[in-house]
Design a binder for this molecule. Structure first.
Ligand code: ADP
Length: 170
């Protein structure tokens, strides 16, 4: 039965750490807050095609201070050649790498930090999830501290996990 498969996939999320489904940091397109947004860099951003870019501290590539929303560049003139720090950066929440995929769903839904204990709340509905497509979290071995970034995770990574398992199971 489809219902059984779906419930099974959701239950599997409880046992799967986010570190298993994140995009590893070496594959993440990032910029330093000192990077100059000239034509070359903006072309690179467009080439990669991501909508959110983690921004590292000027003096420490391993420390992330926020993220740049690429849509902010729609009205930007590359001839101004401004540094990234000129732009309003959005917060980049840091999540511990042992957080479960189910807990991260709740995090994206609530937009605030999770309880310590694995949640059993499965009341997420598709409309509420859709609201949070667009959120990016930094996965870290050292949340709250500096450094330790292991990767990034979006809702899409978790949803793909749900759908992927369903397809394989069938
Ligand atoms: P986007 O809107 O940028 O396409 P999605 O939320 O659709 O982002 O995520 C698509 C995939 O891209 C996910 O696997 C996510 O982990 C990854 N991703 C998101 N931002 C970046 C980035 N800056 N660099 C590398 N991978 C990223």
């Amino acid at each position: 039965e489809d219902e059984v498969l779906i419930i099974g996939s959701v239950l599997d999320l409880r046992d799967k750490p986010v570190s298993k489904v994140m995009t590893p940091i070496q594959d993440v397109f990032t910029l330093s807050m000192d990077a100059i947004l000239d034509k070359e860099t903006v072309d690179k951003i467009l080439f990669h095609g991501y909508s959110r870019i983690p921004i590292s501290a000027a003096d420490n590539k391993a420390e992330f201070i926020g993220m740049l929303l690429v849509k902010q560049l729609i009205t930007y003139d590359v001839d101004d050649a401004l540094p990234v720090r000129h732009f309003n950066l959005s917060a980049l929440p840091t999540i511990s790498s042992d957080t479960s995929c189910l807990d991260i769903l709740n995090f994206f839904q609530e937009g605030k930090s999770m309880q310590k204990h694995p949640t059993t709340d499965m009341s997420l509905t598709i409309p509420t999830l859709v609201l949070y497509i667009g959120h990016l979290a930094l996965i870290s071995s050292n949340p709250g501290g500096v450094g330790g970034a292991l990767g990034v995770l979006t809702l899409e990574d978790v949803i793909e996990e749900l759908i992927g398992e369903e397809i394989i199971d069938e």
